[in-house]
Design a protein around this ligand. Sequence first.
Ligand code: ASP
Length: 331
Amino acid sequence: MKRRKFIRNSGTVAAGIISTPLLASCNEKSKTPLKTSNTTEAVIPIAICTWDFGNATAKAWEVLKAGGNALDAVHQGVMVEENDLNNNTVGNGGRPDRDGHVTLDACIMDKDGNCGAVLAMENIANPISVARKVMEETPHVMLAGKGAEQFAYEQGFEKTDLLTEKSKQDWLEWKKTSEYKPIINIENHDTIGMLAIDKNGDIAGACTTSGMAYKMAGRVGDSPIIGAGLFVDNEIGGATATGVGEEVVRTVGSFLIVELMRQGKSPQEACEEGVKRIIAKNKDKQDFQIGFIAINKKGETGGYCIHPGFTYRTYTENGHINNPSESYLEY
Ligand code: ASP
């Protein structure tokens, strides 16, 4: 039986009760033992991402360690997951919509508040790269559907069949019941949202997903929506989200978290408040997952979710850590 958790005093967390970091090799995924408390130490450079996408943070760290900027770090970091065919929730190999079409969403935001996004784009394996092109090469912020795909071809991206045999078989199986029911903590990974601070103290973020499996054709969640799935303000920090996007959009979650940090909350406190706003709008319904992560200008981090099981990766000079997120519910 689920029960409401007594929210821990975030001041205690912020005061820095930090357990010994458990270091993981770059290629380890999902099997890494977890720390017992959220990290709040201030350290830069840093890369942080939703879930246990250790290969992605390892790539981002490689960029940061070589002196690269935060924008390149998050871009190259999340691309690792877009290219991983075994990852059924991001990029190539992602689960399709209910009609069997893989439609991808992504957005990216830099230290100057520039941003770009693609929504419900088909046949292109790296939506985050197209989102960056939208940011850098067009007067627009968002391109959707066929327009996004056409733009990608014009920019030299190749047409790719994104539906793997495995995803196709899973979809055919799903069609037997055709019940749309987002699964909490599916495969222990989902959308990848990544934030990074480089050696100059500049912040950037990226977010990329195949969206909710078996969604309606044309459905777009929070992930490519600046302010909802991702937000960066170089003076304050950044935030990004995973989970049922409709609920994140309703609270403009990532923007909210950055604004809460602007008002003085720690990243941990801000993520907790973000989740509580969503809970407040769903008093009778808590059978869905949301996970937020945030970082402030100093390099302090936080993460919070509704259901236990969400984790987030951090990579700093102090190690490569899979952090268990505290949750609103416990069971
Ligand atoms: N937030 C994503 C969406 O709603 C999916 C997820 O993170 O699970 O499309």
